[in-house]
Design a protein around this ligand. Sequence first.
Ligand code: XMP
Length: 512
Amino acid sequence: MNCQTVLILDFGGQYKELIARRVRECGVYSIIKPYTITKEEIEKIAPIGMIFTGGPNSVYAEDSPVCDPAIFELGIPLLGICYGMQLICHMQGGKVDSCEKSEYGAMKMNIVAESSLFKGMSESFNVLMSHTDRVYSLPSDFKATASTDTCPVASYSCDERKIYGVQFHPEVEITENGTDVIRNFLYEVCGALGDYSMADYLKTQIAAVRERVDEDGRILLGLSGGVDSSVCAALLSEAVGDRLVCIYIDHGLMRKNETDEIRAVFEKRSLNFVYVDAEERFLTRLKGVTDPEQKRKIIGDEFVRTFEDEAKKQGNPEFLAQGTIYPDIVESGANKSAVIKSHHNVGGLPEKMSFKGVIEPLSGLFKDEVRKLGIMLGLPETLVQRQPFPGPGLAIRIIGEITKEKCDILRDADAIFRYELMNSNDEAARADQYFAVLTDTKSVGVMGDFRTYDYTLALRAVRTSDFMTCEFARLPYEVLARASSRITNEVSGINRVVYDVTSKPPATIEWE
Ligand code: XMP
């Protein structure tokens, strides 16, 4: 990279990628390295500044992570966050011990002395605190610059040596002025020029992929048509062109026109796009199956088989690529909870296949950054802004047995509902995920002079930012009325439409 670099030293904190992301947002390139990095290795990187992350340990405990003490001789500006802040203090002769009272949550913090970190900020603001240890005394050349009611040293500085520490987490959204604290460190202390952009990220990733995969190496990617795998495909095709083999399996459970749209985008790009029409294969295996978990398992299993068959036909490329993004890593790492639904994703499938390596060029990015990258790579807005769509597709939105006829009914109804929502100018019609569910309930209706006995369709629209919990969207009645009227008039097989007014918990977003 021909731009300035900030080095983030990882002490095991949950938020290291979030810190990297904030630094990127400020227009500065950053890399994350383990805390064991040596002074010599750092000299090679020549960072303009270093950020020590938080971590779950206590600095005074045995075996707690400690960096090379020689780092302090380098004269590189330092910002310590939480554990990082305590560690710097501890290693420079200050005292850290457990708090009488732990602080968790948003706390009001008061600035008590001038600090470059707080330039341009009001005297008190809310910050996220999450700690059981705190600084009791500072090294002689340090001064406390902010405090909370229970934490006298919520922040310190040593301007002469350009060392700064904050007990709070400036990287999280709850902390007011959080990004500005980081920006001040970068621009006021480290002399950042702001010479980094997403275009640079793209260049670095492309170069890294080329280096990893030698001149005739090939990469296999399971392309689902979702945002992450699509952006991954576009990025890799820039890197290796038609040595990228993308396998798109149409299980016959996609939404209306979805497969055509995905094919239109990828068949014209410079990559090897393999379209697999596997509808019959999947529907045959799903025949007569009504249990939701069994449906998911069958679909996951059939995906693996189809994927393996196709990969073999393609001469089994050496590398496997996955569109894993950073929140996926966090969620899977933290997930020790009971299985509510076995999630199926194309990316994590071929466990039995052996590869020379796995390539995950998006693994440091957050969803909105992936979307930005997608736009830069020339993917259409409709694809890049696509709402989540589960791997098992319409199979988990058709209650009871799945048949082609039911899939077609649901596809038509779902397309109408999504159209009406997307084309409404009413702010209240905004939702983060919305779709139709074909229930297995039939009811009596009347059409013209005739009795009907047809399916009940449920509409679902939710508002959420993390998809772990959600509120049902309070959609305007006009939008619901229009969707209902169009669906019952235009889609044969449905004579009743209901709206799902449950949040998560207790319900889940999908019905199965
Ligand atoms: P639930 O229904 O668990 O859904 O509240 C939360 C989010 O996850 C999506 N979802 C899936 N995504 N494979 C996926 O890739 C799956 O098997 C799967 N099941 C649910 C769901 O659409 C929602 O956004």
